[in-house]
Design a binder for this molecule. Structure first.
Ligand code: ACO
Length: 326
């Protein structure tokens, strides 16, 4: 085997669209503020009866339509998510059953917005050491379910969606070239869901105080985003003897348009190579990269032999980058 390669992509966005105008009616905010500060115009929200696994299953069905690989061929299922259906069983186990996959290893990864890249790297290594041949990897979130809709500083940022890839062996030099993953738990306070785990189990008071929703120090997070995503991109390119100029398509985590543009500048990637979906989907945490990837494959932005750079950052803190020859 020469490399591990993305063989198919799929994505699913729930039907309901929430526009900035919709938020204007609920909160002291404006389309102008949201657009200029974040680049977001609208996002998708799941319905009350839709959980993260439901979005993943739809995304996977779409991916399987584009490849001869079938659910029964898959040897490994990993979901990057911070909004699993339950603390346990894992979302991946629910998907394994729903898609009729064999009794393969299935588990979730919690690395916030970097979850999809963490999952990809684990799967790549398992394929390389012959623990699996084909893997089904998701980045998926229903952030609307853990959003404080009374907090204008975070509510307007988030959206729901799922993206997935089928990963397997490559028979040429296309595929994953290299990756870097990082974390710094000393900055865990910048971005967290404080209650619902063993530190602060659910109580009437924790629910009343909205402690089960995303709490973020936006400004401090922003500063870390730009420097850490920029460094991750530079490091991974340098490791394999490439520069930003070699990159054809840059797919960063879509948390804020200004962060994406500043990161591209630091990585030496021209702004027109940044693939942007934040305007229509908002910040979907682990789902932003695989959903954008699926869009970029479908609309022809990514072509055979394109050098594609992924770059993510999120709660933990976690961050990382990956470079792929398509
Ligand atoms: N509408 C109008 N005004 C608002 C809104 C809003 N929706 N939200 C905040 N403001 C106000 C604030 O109250 C503040 O007012 P003040 O100056 O009178 O005090 C002013 O706007 C500026 O607030 P800041 O927080 O300084 O705004 P900033 O320019 O930093 O933008 C944002 C906020 C968009 C959240 C930005 O900080 C950001 O993108 N941070 C990074 C987010 C991120 O990358 N998270 C990581 C991934 S997410 C994950 O892992 C789940």
């Amino acid at each position: 085997m020469k490399r591990v390669k993305i063989l198919a992509t799929g994505s699913y966005l729930p039907e309901r669209i929430v526009t900035n105008k919709d938020w204007e009616e609920k909160l002291d905010t404006s389309d102008e503020w949201i657009t200029t500060r974040t680049g977001i115009k609208e996002r998708h929200f799941s319905s009350d009866d839709q959980a993260t696994s439901d979005l993943c299953i739809e995304a996977a069905k779409r991916a399987f339509k584009t490849t001869s690989i079938k659910p029964e061929d898959i040897d490994l299922c990993i979901v990057g998510t911070i909004t699993p259906d339950h603390a346990f069983p894992s979302t991946a186990c629910l998907i394994q059953n729903a898609l009729g996959m064999r009794n393969i290893p299935s588990f979730d990864i919690s690395a916030a917005c970097t979850g999809f890249l963490y999952a990809l790297v684990i799967a790549k290594n398992m394929i390389e050491n012959n623990s699996a041949k084909y893997a089904l990897i998701f980045g998926a979130e229903t952030l609307s379910k853990i959003t404080d809709i009374t907090d204008r500083s975070s509510a307007v940022l988030f959206g729901d969606g799922a993206g997935c890839v089928v990963l397997g062996p490559s028979d040429d030099d296309t595929g994953i070239i290299s990756s870097n993953l990082y974390s710094d738990g000393s900055l865990e306070h910048l971005l967290k869901q404080p209650a619902g785990g063993s530190r602060n189990p659910a109580t009437l008071e924790s629910v009343r105080n909205m402690q089960h929703t995303v709490q973020m120090q936006g400004n401090e997070t922003y500063k870390n985003d730009v420097s850490k995503m920029g460094q991750a991109a530079v490091n991974v390119l340098k490791k394999v003897g490439l520069t930003g100029e070699d990159v054809n398509v840059f797919i960063p985590h879509q948390a804020n348009l200004r962060i994406m543009q500043s990161t591209a500048k630091r990585a030496g990637v021209a702004l027109e190579k940044v693939y942007i979906t934040i305007n229509k989907y908002g910040n979907m945490s682990a789902a932003t990269i695989p959903v954008a990837l699926d869009d970029a494959v479908k609309d022809g932005t990514i072509k055979k032999n394109s050098i594609v750079l992924f770059d993510a950052f999120g709660g933990g803190l976690t961050w990382g980058a990956m470079v792929v020859r398509w």
